[in-house]
Ligand binder design. Structure first.
Ligand SMILES: NC(=O)c1ccc[n+]([C@@H]2O[C@H](COP(=O)([O-])OP(=O)(O)OC[C@H]3O[C@@H](n4cnc5c(N)ncnc54)[C@H](O)[C@@H]3O)[C@@H](O)[C@H]2O)c1
Length: 270
């Protein structure tokens, strides 16, 4: 065990799949006890079982991050089970209103026709994405920061945004706006929380090979579109985002706060 997070306790939302899952596994190998909050109990429990099988400590708390009560209960669970809360990775998110993690998602059509352009978008579609991707991160960050402030031990919060916080993707307005919101939320919270020694940073990944991109990657047009936007000419792996999260969450990133890092294979985003 490498031990960069030895004796720390980390809450990971979206920890049942993709980037959240890879980060939960990595944080655990670095010595952290893990509290996974996710909608998906089956894959959430499977992730905690994998951590325990590897000698780590983990619990799963079924959480809908759009629920204030659920987010508060998630942070409480960390305190009750492990007696402290040092790190949070807020990774729960959706690509669009119809996306359910692990199920087939809208493919490249979403980005190549005007079906999902703003003039054709229902208010409910807008609200759903903003609710999960932006309000969910606010509620998560609020719950964990309250516990961190009360404990007085400082902490590190890492929010998962996207290159879409800076790159306008036609057909994905709610997603882009939600991620731009996460970026600004990160910066405001970073300033607010420095007196408590709590650092708040964000990661804006490029295209990462997870269930969220699986439908698009399975379609040759979709895959080529993603690769053409990525100078390294490959999709990123969730473990590469986990490594970035570890840097920001551990002492290695001790002078970073309010920052947005882009593991994006060279994608330019100004
Ligand atoms: N995959 C990519 O290319 C990519 C790129 C940039 C940013 N991201 C962001 O990374 C994060 C993780 O995405 P991923 O690619 O690992 O996708 P994923 O579908 O594999 O994982 C998302 C997880 O979030 C959970 N979730 C969704 N809504 C939830 C809610 N309301 N409450 C609790 N849990 C909920 C899902 O059950 C799932 O376990 C998301 O915020 C996504 O927007 C992904």
């Amino acid at each position: 065990m490498a031990g960069q997070l030895r004796e720390k306790v980390a809450v990971v939302t979206g920890g049942a799949s993709g980037i959240g899952r890879a980060t939960a596994l990595r944080f655990a190998t670095e010595g952290a006890s893990i509290v996974i909050g996710d909608l998906d109990a089956t894959r959430g429990e499977e992730t905690t079982a994998a951590i325990r099988a590897n000698g780590g400590s983990a619990i799963f708390v079924r959480t809908d991050t759009t629920s204030e009560a659920d987010c508060d209960a998630l942070a409480d669970a960390a305190m009750q089970e492990f007696g402290r809360l040092d790190v949070c990775l807020a990774a729960a998110g959706i690509s669009d209103a119809t996306y359910v993690s692990g199920q087939e998602s809208p493919g490249v059509e979403m980005l190549t026709t005007d079906e999902s352009h703003v003039q054709n978008l229902a208010s409910e579609q807008w609200e759903k994405v903003i609710d999960v991707n932006l309000k969910g991160v606010f509620l998560t960050d609020r719950a964990v920061s309250r516990q961190m402030i009360a404990a007085g031990n400082g902490g590190a919060i890492v929010n998962i945004a996207s290159i879409a916080a800076k790159v306008p993707l036609p057909g994905a307005a709610p997603y882009c706006v939600s991620k731009a919101g996460v970026w600004m939320l990160t910066k405001v919270m970073a300033v607010e929380l420095t007196p408590y020694d709590i650092r708040v940073n964000a990661i804006g990944p490029g295209f990462i090979e997870t269930p969220m991109t699986a439908t698009m990657a399975a379609d040759e047009t979709g895959l080529q579109m993603m690769l053409q936007m990525t100078p390294m000419n490959r999709l990123g792996q969730p473990e590469e985002i986990a490594a970035t999260a570890l840097f920001l969450a551990s002492g290695e990133g001790s002078y970073f706060t309010g920052e947005l890092l882009h593991p994006g294979g060279g994608m330019f985003h100004g």
